[in-house]
Design a protein around this ligand. Sequence first.
Ligand code: AMP
Ligand code: ZN
Length: 665
Amino acid sequence: MKDVRKELERLSSEIEEHQYLYYVKNQPKISDLEFDQLFSKLQKLESEYPELVSPNSPTRRVGSDLSNDFKKFNHKIPVLSLENTYSTQELIDWATKLDLDELYSLEWKVDGASIVLYYRNGSLEHAVTRGTGGVGDDITENIRTIKNIPLRIKEKSELIVRGEVYMTFTDFEEFNKENSGKYANPRNLVSGSIKQKHSYQVASRPLKIVVYDAFSPEIKKFSTHSDWMDFLKLMKFPVSEDMEFHKVSNFSKIIEKFRKKKEKLNFPTDGMVIKLNSMKRREILGNTTHSPRWARALKFDATLKETIILDIDFAIGRTGKITPRAKIEPVELLGTTVTYATLHNQDYINEKKIGIGARVLVAKRGEIIPAVEEVLEISKQGIFRLPDRCPTCSTKLIKIDESVDYFCTNTKCKARVLNSLIFFCQKKQMDIEGLGEKQITNFFETETIQSIPDIYDLHLKREELENREGLGKKSVDIILKGIEVSKNKDLRFLLPSLGFSEIGHRVTEFLRDAGYKNIDEIIQVAQSESGRDRFLSIHGLGERTVDSILSVFQNPIHLKLISDLKERGLKFSFDEINKSKEQIFSGQTWCITGSFDNFQPREKAVEIIKIYGGSVTTSVTNKTSVLLAGEKAGSKLDKAQKLNTKILNESEFLDLLKSFGIKWD
Ligand code: AMP
Ligand code: ZN
């Protein structure tokens, strides 16, 4: 019970923080989907423990956009939020249960700022933000400047109209150009604009409104939403042109049509709103504290798709970690066909209630592999359970430290050894030609190669290999040459290839940048008394990493591996970086995304940028000077475009290098 209370409190404050970042600061840190998932988690927990729900819970009100600069206004109707879903099927299920035979309106969910307009005696008296849902900011003077809002109407009864202030993409781009690209997106610009101190500042911004609901204590004659909308049109309010009225049986077709049309719209939307048409039915259903029971938002997210889990398999990786993944009914996501999605670990499977046969949403974000994000319909087979023993060597799987993952701790486990061999030869590590995953697996299974040093003894078996089926002299030549070439690889690639815990590319680079020239210097320090302090003084290395470095280079097994490889001619030293005298990229921060024809792995491009004085980071921020974008660039490209960061493609980058006489091979 105490834990639940704590969890409720934790979720609430996390949500409040994100609401503040979104509504007040206009700087959301997480995606809409992530926010919605947090919110549903809280709602779910609260429904399980209703006695623990605080009256101030974020689920009891809508996200607040209140600021200090305006007079407060008590809303005369509850200005509610909307329950939402990302799944068409879930939306259809909801409406089917609510009312199969009634008409519903299907309309755009315009993405701007919510506003409530209060009319009396035919004139606009107040325009108020949603605020907390109960109290909003009175921004009447600002809203008056919006040209498509009627300030006077024919109807004299009291009228309350809800609408969304927005900006078209063309207006946004033009305005943003004049302001040197300061604004991230129309929505942010809109919510900043309506809160300006002086209305003349607002007047200069190309704002528009669309209205979508109306209430009146006096007007009783309209029995449907569509009647209301017709009335609003008559009063010269701008109502969404695309609004349609359908029964549930048509939803799927109409929603598909909206999805297709979205790309062509000149105003920002984040999906659709579906509402019951009958006012009487609306009244009977009423509202929860958070949202009306007669409406739902269906959000669109290009990175999300609905599918079914066909099967779940799992594998032991080189570190011993067991990773489950779902085989899914193939779906198109951002231009690629996705057939597998990761399930992370058992905790994740339990939390989301994932099982074979479940209907799920999968998401692909940026360059990360697709993941199962949400279960829409639980599988009849129940929640999937990973085995508690290693499927390869039967060692009991255990959690290490505070990790959520389970590991096979047997260092001789065949799955682990094979995967570390595959890892060693990969493009990003030693990049050995001819030794791809398939060939290594074959050599492993035929006991030709059982350890990393075996790779460098392979030449002793040349004759036997040449006579093997499926190999032949030509392929053997390629493989042996590839292995020979790899002996000269920079320690920058060799060290991370060995797969020692915590010692990856970044840590290796930190060691090099700190002045270490070869492995012997590193080992010597690791074994000295002052080793810990000396490594800790290196920028970028934390305690955990340092402790891991110490234990790696004190471990006789690892030291033996290193000396075995040395005996076989591997270099174990860092190549000198010839810092060019011409620091043409000096002071610039680059970010790299996608893949490249001339730079494989793309670290080669990183190297060039660094040699010529630039620094390279892993994400796009407003400090990024240039984004180098290769093929299949993902979210980083979107972000750079939003931030108006300079973007170069591969051929532009090559041209730039050429113009400075820099060679890249
Ligand atoms: P949410 O922001 O998730 O709480 O969703 C509710 C908000 O969607 C409302 O407060 C409105 O600002 C906005 N919205 C945009 N278009 C519509 C529409 N056609 N019907 C209802 N709400 C809409
Ligand atoms: Zn094992």
